[in-house]
Ligand binder design. Structure first.
Ligand SMILES: Cc1ncc(COP(=O)(O)O)c(C=O)c1O
Length: 481
């Protein structure tokens, strides 16, 4: 190529076989691009010489086309700045997609979100640079649909060490968040004849909707302070169950040892699959987290994990550790879905894991969230001593049980009018209308220093709604582990 070719990519197509003069085609293409807004006002067009060379036309044809569009007012030519798209010639614009831009609330108790200010930018950035400098060219090829082998191995080693799983690289599938992992897995189970997958009630509403959209039935299993009721589960005819054993979402219960054993026995008896969403397992503030169920029955449990709550949901980095018999079908489903997750991100994550960045980040954030939870616990005891707090000292949220006389929706609306965003628990129940009023209160995104005042204001809101009070169940303050 000579140096005269254009540096501007305009995607103009000239079809010599079309039987339409090329000058006319060029004019029409440029006009349409301006009208549609594809070439916005001010866009610099290539010089006639460069453009002619790019399109393999004679320069005279381009000069004539430019002159015509200048005359029509679509283009404007200025000495020194070349030819540009004229202002205000965009005609066929599509109506802009409405993106509501509500002002952020003063206090947002959003659950399920880590503090994005704590993302380890520096060490993650160092891993990005290292990977770019050292990854072989082959790493830029289409990845194995399960993910890059060495990244799967690093993840498996981490999970075996920190979560007591029995994982190997061959059983890991990287996914776009754990949500995609659960969807793919449920699709595969459906294709193998499973018709019903039990879910926790209350539970993650989106996951339940996703599973139902696959044509599966999702009977809800009640959850109490010991976690999912295995006794109720065992009365049902289901092929799998989705369970948040480490920290139930949203009640915050931990599945007791007795129920874990009962659940595994049930799965073995029924030949069912346990889908273990190892939600929030990394954050346990008053004791060591219990190991994953998967480690006790790796051939029966499909383990699901995610970086969304510990690093950032924007990474869309999740993973499955599968029973061997499910690996081929799930990786094939993943291949059909999107040809695999981005390889460089997996390599960055693997580097971050191997150099201890993930462990350091967890230690740092665990301590920070433990402090915040204690601040929240103290503020609740002080300002809302009669509200019952559900959930163990873990994760990034607690559930506040409101008096049954309280209208949850009205509380959420009243809080919003004072620029406090709180989240009602009804949406998590299979039958929202029958659900007891409660709030799911996240503290991941709130600054520790804001928590006392945020709770005080929430207490003000609730004071206007509570008629009767419930006996206090105090929230335990946890010391550093
Ligand atoms: C129960 C539960 N599991 C898992 C996730 C993580 O989903 P993902 O990994 O797709 O971001 C969430 C996020 O809200 C959740 O609430």
């Amino acid at each position: 190529m000579k140096g005269t070719t254009s540096r501007t990519e305009l995607l103009i197509r000239i079809d010599r076989a079309a039987g339409v003069p090329v000058r006319q085609q060029l004019e029409r293409e440029l006009r349409a691009a301006v009208q549609s807004g594809r070439l916005p006002a001010g866009t610099a067009l290539p010089s006639t010489r460069a453009f002619a060379q790019d399109l393999a036309l004679s320069r005279g044809v381009v000069v004539e086309a430019y002159e015509q569009l200048l005359a029509e007012g679509y283009l404007r030519a200025r000495r020194g700045s070349g030819t540009r798209v004229a202002p205000h010639r965009r005609i066929n614009t599509l109506p802009p997609v409405e993106e509501p831009q509500a002002a952020p609330p003063r206090y947002d108790f959003r659950p399920g979100l880590p503090d994005l200010r704590l993302f380890p930018r520096r060490s993650w950035g160092a891993s990005v640079r290292r990977v770019l400098a050292t990854a072989p060219d082959d790493a830029l090829d289409y990845p194995d649909a399960r993910g890059v082998a060495c990244a799967r191995a690093s993840l498996a080693a981490y999970l075996n060490r920190a979560r007591a799983t029995v994982a190997g690289a061959d059983r890991v599938v990287f996914c776009n968040g754990s949500s995609q992992g659960i969807n793919l897995l449920c699709r595969v189970l459906r294709d193998r004849g499973v018709r019903r997958i039990a879910v926790e009630d209350p539970g993650h509403a989106d996951q339940c909707t996703d599973i139902r959209s696959l044509g599966l039935d999702t009977p809800g299993i009640p959850v109490d302070s010991n976690g999912l009721s295995v006794e109720r589960l065992s009365r049902l005819d289901v092929g799998a169950v989705l369970v948040t054993a480490a920290h139930q979402y949203p009640t915050g219960a931990v599945l007791t040892a007795k129920r874990r054993t009962a659940l595994l026995e049930w799965a073995a008896r029924r030949g069912a699959i346990l889908i273990e969403d190892d939600y929030d397992a990394e954050y346990r503030y008053d004791r060591e987290a219990i190991g994953a169920l998967q480690g006790m029955a790796p051939d029966r449990v499909a383990y699901v994990g995610s970086a969304s709550k510990v690093l950032s949901p924007a990474l869309r980095l999740g993973w499955l550790v599968l029973p061997p018999e499910l690996v081929p079908a799930v990786s094939e489903a993943k291949r059909h879905e999107d040809r695999g997750c981005p390889a460089l991100e997996q390599l960055v994550f693997a580097d971050f894991l191997e150099r201890g960045g993930f462990d350091r980040h967890l230690r740092r954030t665990r301590e920070e969230y433990r402090r915040r939870r204690n601040t929240l616990a103290n503020a609740l005891s002080r300002h809302l001593p009669h509200v019952k707090v559900r959930g163990v000292a873990a994760g990034l949220h607690v559930m506040l049980e409101l008096d049954t006389s309280v209208d949850e929706t009205a509380v959420v609306a009243a809080a919003a009018s004072r620029s406090i965003r709180v989240y009602g628990a009804r949406a998590y129940y299979a039958k929202p209308a029958a659900a007891p009023p409660a709030l799911v209160v996240g503290y991941g995104g709130l600054r520790g220093t804001d928590i006392p005042e945020a709770v005080r204001q929430l207490a003000d809101v609730l004071a206007g709604h509570a008629k009767r009070v419930k006996r206090t169940s105090s929230v335990k303050v946890s010391s550093a582990t």
